[in-house]
Design a protein around this ligand. Structure first.
Ligand code: GDP
Ligand code: MG
Length: 214
């Protein structure tokens, strides 16, 4: 069965090691909590088609797969990402303090227009919390980030995180703030959207094979 979708977005999951990035990806794709996490042979990549605002969007999500342990997250990892989840662990102040450095990297190495949602993960461990919701909200506001607290263990707000970020990207495409045709935008048209475009105008240049801008 061929997959049809309106858009494809490249997404990243970034943040310090141990914050739950691989579990977030796993929970989103598989709808279950990954029990034993293997640090070196992690899931590196996942994709899922979601429905956002009447459009179907294929998310192509990249996980650092342990690179962050060696501070060696590469430029090529960041290149051409449309969206990112910037993850810290609510029970680790250290992971929260590291957000600024991650943010600097994301904004300089990815597309400058990258849409970032900050995620306070391990919401289920409230008794061990080191970062309050209020403090994190302020940081998010100051840095123009969207923000959610999640639990990759219970699944709380995991889907919402990806949906919210995707919704914002779509809205920016609609207002023209994001141009899917710009090289490195992290956005591609899917078959659905191409068919619609071809019908709607005399465009001939955007065949399925030349729509790849990532
Ligand atoms: N209680 C709890 N533990 C979590 C959650 N997410 C991840 N973990 C645990 O945190 C550790 C690190 O998770 P992992 O996904 O490998 O983090 P990564 O290094 O950021 O990819 C593992 O022991 C997970 O079981 C969560 O939401 N709640
Ligand atoms: Mg990992």
């Amino acid at each position: 069965m061929s997959e049809t979708y309106d858009f494809l977005f490249k997404f990243l999951v970034i943040g310090s090691a141990g914050t739950g990035k691989s579990c977030i990806l796993h929970q989103f794709i598989e709808n279950k909590f990954k029990q034993d996490s293997n640090h070196t042979i992690g899931v590196e990549f996942g994709s899922k088609i979601i429905s956002v605002g009447g459009k179907s969007v294929k998310l192509q999500i990249w996980d650092t797969a342990g690179q962050e342990r060696f501070r060696s997250v590469t430029r090529s990892y960041y290149r051409g990402a449309a969206g990112a989840l910037l993850v810290y662990d609510i029970t680790s102040r250290e992971s929260f303090n590291a957000l600024s450095a991650w943010l600097t990297d994301a904004r300089s190495l990815a597309s400058p227009n990258i849409v970032i949602l900050m995620v306070g993960n391990k919401k289920d461990l409230d008794a061990e919390r080191e970062v309050t919701f209020l403090e994190a909200s302020r940081f998010a506001q100051e840095n123009e980030l969207m923000f959610l607290e999640t639990s990759a263990m219970t699944g709380e707000h995991i889907e919402e995180a990806f949906l919210k970020c995707s919704n914002t990207i779509l809205a920016k495409i609609e207002t023209g703030e994001l141009d899917p045709e710009r090289i490195g935008s992290g956005i591609q048209y899917g078959d659905h959207a191409l068919r619609r475009l071809n019908r709607g105008s005399a465009r001939t240049s955007a065949g399925p094979d030349c729509a790849c801008k990532i």
